[in-house]
Design a protein around this ligand. Structure first.
Ligand SMILES: Cc1ncc(COP(=O)(O)O)c(C=O)c1O
Length: 361
């Protein structure tokens, strides 16, 4: 007897597809997707109107790769642009790992990682965060074996907003075999002020197995256009290009990214303003008794415990759409007007955390 269903790869059929942050009601603040609350620059809007959408884009994003190369002192060949940095990560995973191969990353981290690894048919090795919600890089290094093809390090880590330090990262790089690709996902790099936090671009020369991911979605406010990039060794970028879906980076996205690089000062000023709100939120949370780790991205982490869904509903009642992930809630730093609402919601939720006696800690 034949089945009613077509035959899918079982490891794919069992995956829960990626869920986006909920859309917000009109009077609510959407703080569930780590987006930038500022509207696009007028120059970006103008550039978008110049595009001929009946034509395919210039597929290699040559002008943008050249420009990004200049920014980091690299050749255009050392840059790969994709429809969001998550696309470039998918390309790198496909290029490096096949069934039987392993990819090591911290957990909890960016939700796309397990999906992309499964899509490639590779095996995910998830290494728990420390009690301080940080990467445990020594444990990650210890998880490497002859099947390992990639280690993904996310700094600042989505969703906990913690960073990896230069010292920790360099210790990892020193212990990882040179034939294992290390991907440093720096989607939120522009929000980091801590001088001890790792910055990958200056390390590329020293570590030939390092690739750094950056995006225009967060600090540059172009999430809806889908554009991000990787920088790293030319032959690795070529391998990513080899598996890329052709022509998926649109012309408007390329134009908007170029314009945004022309207006970096203005955009970084916005980042500074968001960081001021972030610090206000963090201070407010500490006052309420939260043990939220110091946030370094444009979002904060609330470790709630088993009552996380209930807590998310409380936030919603206060007009805050946040993202429940596991036993915590991630809240993006958004409009200035959202801060007081958020803090009044969290003051209601703080008591929902398990007591120390209950957790035994
Ligand atoms: C850690 C991390 N990496 C990558 C991305 C993907 O960004 P994009 O594909 O929009 O460049 C995100 C988005 O939320 C993220 O949090």
């Amino acid at each position: 007897m034949t089945s009613e269903h077509v035959r899918l790869r079982p490891e794919i059929a069992s995956i829960v597809p990626y869920r986006q942050g909920r859309p917000a009601a009109e009077d609510a603040f959407k703080l569930s997707s780590n987006e930038n609350p500022f509207p696009p620059l007028p120059e970006v809007v103008e550039a978008l109107s110049l595009t001929s959408v009946n034509r395919y884009p210039e597929g290699s994003a040559a002008a943008l790769r050249e420009r990004i190369g200049e920014k980091f002192g690299l050749s255009p060949e050392q840059v790969q642009v994709g429809a969001g940095s998550v696309s470039v990560l998918a390309q790198l995973i496909q290029a490096a790992a096949a069934p039987g191969d392993e990819i090591v990353y911290a957990w909890r981290s960016f939700e796309a990682y397990p999906l992309l690894v499964a899509a490639a048919g590779a095996t995910a090795i998830e290494v728990p965060l420390t009690h301080g919600y940080r990467h445990d890089l020594r444990a990650m290094a210890a998880a490497v074996n002859e099947r390992t093809r990639m280690i993904i390090v996310c700094s600042p880590n989505n969703p906990t907003s913690t960073v990896v330090t230069f010292a920790e990262f360099e210790e990892l790089m020193a212990s990882v075999p040179r034939d294992v690709l290390v991907v440093l996902d720096e989607a939120y790099a522009e929000f980091v002020n801590d001088p001890s936090a790792v910055r990958g671009h200056g390390l590329l020369e020293r570590y030939p197995n390092l690739v750094v991911l950056r995006t225009f979605s967060k600090a540059y406010g172009l999430a809806g256009l889908r554009i991000g990039y990787a920088i790293g060794p030319e032959y690795v970028m070529d391998a990513a290009r080899a598996v890329a879906i052709p022509l998926s980076v649109t012309e408007p996205a390329q134009r908007a990214a170029l314009i945004s690089l022309d207006h970096e000062d203005e955009l970084m000023d916005r980042v500074g303003r968001l960081n001021t709100l972030r610090d206000r939120i963090w201070a407010g949370l500490a006052e309420q008794g939260w043990d939220t780790p110091e946030p370094h991205g444009n979002f904060v982490w609330l470790q709630v415990g088993p009552r996380v869904q209930e807590a998310t509903e409380v936030l919603l009642r206060h007009g805050i759409v946040a993202r429940a992930l596991g036993d915590g809630i991630r809240v993006s730093v958004g409009e200035a007007e959202s801060v007081d609402k958020l803090l009044s919601a969290t003051s209601e939720v703080v008591g929902m955390r398990p007591t120390e006696a209950a957790t035994g800690s």
